[in-house]
Design a protein around this ligand. Sequence first.
Ligand code: AMP
Ligand code: GLY
Length: 445
Amino acid sequence: MRVLLVGNGAREHAIGEAVVRSGGELYSFMSARNPGLAKISKEFAIGNIHNPEEVSKWAAGRNIDVAIPSPDAVLAAGVSDALVASGVPCAGPVKQAARIEWDKSFARNLMREAKIPGCPKFGIFENAKEAAKFIDELGEVAVKPAGLTGGKGVKVTGYQLKDASEAKKYAKEILESKMGGIPSVIIEEKLIGEEFTLQAFVDGKNVIGMPAVQDHKRAGIGDVGPNTGGMGSYSDSNHLLPFIARSDYEEGIKIMKKTVSALAKKGADYRGFLYGQFMAGKKGVKAVEFNSRLGDPEAMNVLAIFNGNFVEAVEGVANGKLSAKASAISFERKATVCKYLVPAGYPENPRKNEKIELDEKKIVGVGARLYYASVDERDGIIYTGSSRSAGVLGIADSIEEAEKIAEKAIGFAKGPLFHRKDIGTKQLIIKRIEHMKQLRRSGGS
Ligand code: AMP
Ligand code: GLY
């Protein structure tokens, strides 16, 4: 099977690896040379991944059986639409279906209209005064641009925003700058609890879930500082998380299933990976947002332990025949911890174009995996890009052991990089469990 992969981050490196492990022939279309993907691809090209014509033209001469257009901006640009139109089935939704991510107001309205459970109180505004009034009504809020901002546009009172007056100012700023390319702002009730990620294979109708993962959005140790694309993540050997019950997992999957059928009713045939970000709180599970793709870093956690046939699963997704391929989907019962090495100054002022060294042999030698992200390889030297540089993943029987492997591996990285030492540590996990216990003990709303 010839598989086209569009994108070149660590998530795509993990996808490419899963394709090759399942016997697929990998064709990668990248915006910069990801050294990991370059090594495992049968053929690759560097070009504009956001240009649907350019991508489908490259695919045309290569007899591609199935494509995985992966990053959010690629899906929002309509790369799947162009590929599907030229006869290449895609595991990556067409633009109309990917709207669940590129337009957060669409996602919230869909939840409200279809009465999908887990939707927080929200309002969508184009006028700063009206937004301010709603902020006063709710008190504690999350303020979000409707469009895509690489996961960095959301601010929440008590975290990045001091109080309601800062929330109002930020809402005004989003509207005035048309942040994310859509001139509206979403104001939501602030959800309190522990976040978890569910990713699933979706073929338009069927939804098959993967192990739950917890990402760490904040840049600093102890969950402080600005939001990032994700600093690292972990998953547990039982495919749940230490602070969520099976019923929380099932509730999340139910919300995702209802969302896929609500999209189908609107004529949006969702074929690809669906990512649900959830908050487990005292009132059960709420949907924080949906993404139209695998998560980054979360893709690394789940794909590294995928032990079915990924190419078959992807074919099932792209051709609307997932139920016939369900047996191709299985995951090892192992825990994983992923830590991102990011350039100094990330996310606000990342040091770009700096030379870094990642000793892959030694990293693999301690039992870890290395996934290249926003880097460029020129003349055999690796330089930082403007985003996260590389993900390092440990796999073991417990989260604690997997964390130790990831840390050991990070010892073999050199350059102006930093990472969150606390991700996956026993101390942090205990904090999460205690937080959940305390919330659920307190009951009420
Ligand atoms: P998003 O880009 O929507 O995933 O938002 C980024 C992060 O902002 C989430 O992972 C949450 O930590 C936080 N967030 C988003 N919406 C809310 C909300 N309604 N209440 C509390 N935190 C939120
Ligand atoms: N890890 C968050 C995301 O992929 O959006």
